[in-house]
Design a protein around this ligand. Structure first.
Ligand SMILES: Cc1ncc(COP(=O)(O)O)c(C=O)c1O
Length: 463
């Protein structure tokens, strides 16, 4: 019988540690990590088989299987030619510090368990709040991503609305959003058991104050009473579009409706002073989502939720139980669990904090500006090529364009070919204008290591 405890240090563990550290160092040093291609589950089952056994298969063996059989079927979102969805480009410093965060096993829900770590997270949060322009006492915390940040905000909005002691508010709420809002808004409306109604974009493909006002004016009296939140987007996932936040904020203030701004992707661009005016009005939001794992170069998973009035969120998200009494009584400070839906959490803002502290905010500004520059470059090349054309001018670091003469199947074939060859990940998307949907494609630039030649090569692969 194996008498060794799972947690005891033995030579196998030493060897495994060396292998993993060596691998992690090699992997973070790679400038172009392999893109990878998925396999179906049946194939993986045949190639790998069962890995969970009574006696264990050993660390070295499990790690070898992972490296050789599993990893090649996963996609590296930080390859510089991964320009689909919202890619990732975590700094080396943030990845290495993520290993430290795992090593320390700190429960990051409460100040009493994690004071110094939460202090560090809050340093990074203070920078985000400053970028947003939200007035005092605005503050927030780090979440598992944009979806949980959006959910945390919508729960706060709905409960704040409900708590206003109006019997009419004891019913299903209503959210208004633009068509360009991220899918998570639709799903999180379901999670808070609210209906969601969409507003047509204006000619610039944006939501603006007048179309919002028109939509509100056309609501039935019963629906107007159910309306508790408007969601605007500062950087749509598909095309990087920033809604007209200032006029939307004005309508929300007059109508006394919670304004949530989803800047999960676009929020990083707040760090670039010449771009900041595009976000005018964001400082009037009741809550804002910004994902450091998108355009702020943090590793997965790190989102953030910011509140204009954090006390409103605290009232709603704080969890109570006899076993938690102490956390509210001794050495109390900022408790991240009181501002979002999770209780147990890693100190997920720490990798972002470490990298920000190490490099300084100026480097972030420059790296984000590079994404904007790449979008401009890509648009210029598209304008100069016969076989492709812009669908609209680039917005933030998104460029939507079409290959003339292609249909959906052509885009899919091209995407899969590039990915199978380990060359690039650029996927099709849908673009709807005047009620007509079309399959097109898009670039989203996050990684400052993407080269002009990468852009040209990808465009040429569509010939
Ligand atoms: C605008 C926007 N909001 C929310 C999300 C969801 O964020 P997450 O995937 O971190 O949950 C995304 C993801 O791409 C996004 O682009």
């Amino acid at each position: 019988m194996n008498t060794k405890n799972m947690h005891e240090l033995d030579m196998d563990l030493v060897q495994m540690t060396m292998d993993m550290m060596k691998y992690a160092i090699e992997r973070v040093s790679e400038k172009e990590p392999a893109i990878g291609y998925p396999k179906n589950e049946e194939t993986l089952r045949q190639e790998i088989g069962n890995t969970i056994t009574e006696q264990g298969i050993g660390g070295e063996n499990a790690f070898k299987i992972f490296r050789e059989k599993m990893l090649p079927t996963t996609v590296s979102a930080n390859n510089p030619r991964h320009l689909a969805y919202i890619p990732a480009a975590p700094t080396r410093a943030s990845i290495l510090f993520d290993l430290v965060v795992s090593a320390i096993s700190v429960h990051g829900a409460f100040w009493i368990n994690a004071s110094g770590g939460i202090y560090a997270e809050n340093e990074a949060m203070r920078w985000l709040v400053k970028l947003s322009g939200l007035p005092q006492p605005a503050f927030g915390t780090f979440t598992g991503g944009g979806t949980t940040a959006n959910l945390s905000a919508l729960i706060t909005a709905r409960e704040t609305w409900r708590n206003q002691k109006d019997p009419e508010r004891n019913q299903r709420g209503l959210i208004l959003a633009a068509h360009g809002a991220h899918a998570s808004i639709t799903n999180m409306a379901m999670a808070v058991d609210a209906d969601i109604a969409y507003i047509e974009d204006n000619r610039d493909d944006k939501l603006d104050g007048s179309s919002l006002q028109k939509k509100i004016d056309h609501l039935s009296p019963a629906d107007r009473k159910r309306l508790f939140a408007v969601v605007a987007t500062a950087g749509t996932t598909n095309a990087g579009i920033i809604d007209e936040l200032e006029s939307i904020a004005e309508v929300c203030a007059q109508e006394k409706v919670w304004l949530h701004i989803d800047a999960a992707y676009g929020g990083g661009a707040l760090a670039v002073p010449e771009i900041r005016p595009l976000f005018k009005g964001i400082e009037r939001a009741d809550s804002i989502t910004i994902d450091p794992h998108k355009w702020l170069f943090a590793p997965y998973d790190c989102g953030a939720i910011l509140y204009k009035n954090p006390a409103q969120a605290k009232k709603i998200h704080a969890q109570h139980g006899g076993y938690l009494d102490l956390v509210y009584k001794d050495q109390t400070g900022f408790n991240p669990s009181e501002y979002q839906i999770s209780l147990s959490r890693r100190l997920r803002g720490l990798p972002f904090w470490f990298s920000l502290a190490m490099h300084g905010t100026k480097k972030y500004e420059e790296a984000i500006r590079q994404g904007l520059h790449l979008a401009t470059l890509a648009a210029d090349h598209i304008r100069n090529m016969e076989h492709v054309e812009l669908v609209r001018e680039p917005s933030l670091s998104c460029v939507v364009y079409r290959r003339k003469g292609w249909d959906k199947e052509d885009y899919i074939r091209w995407t899969l070919k590039n990915q199978k060859e380990g060359y690039a990940v650029v996927t099709p998307t849908q673009w709807t204008k005047n009620g007509k949907a079309e399959t097109i494609t898009r670039f989203c630039f996050i990684n400052p290591r993407t080269k002009e030649d990468d852009i040209i090569g990808i465009l040429n692969s569509m010939k």
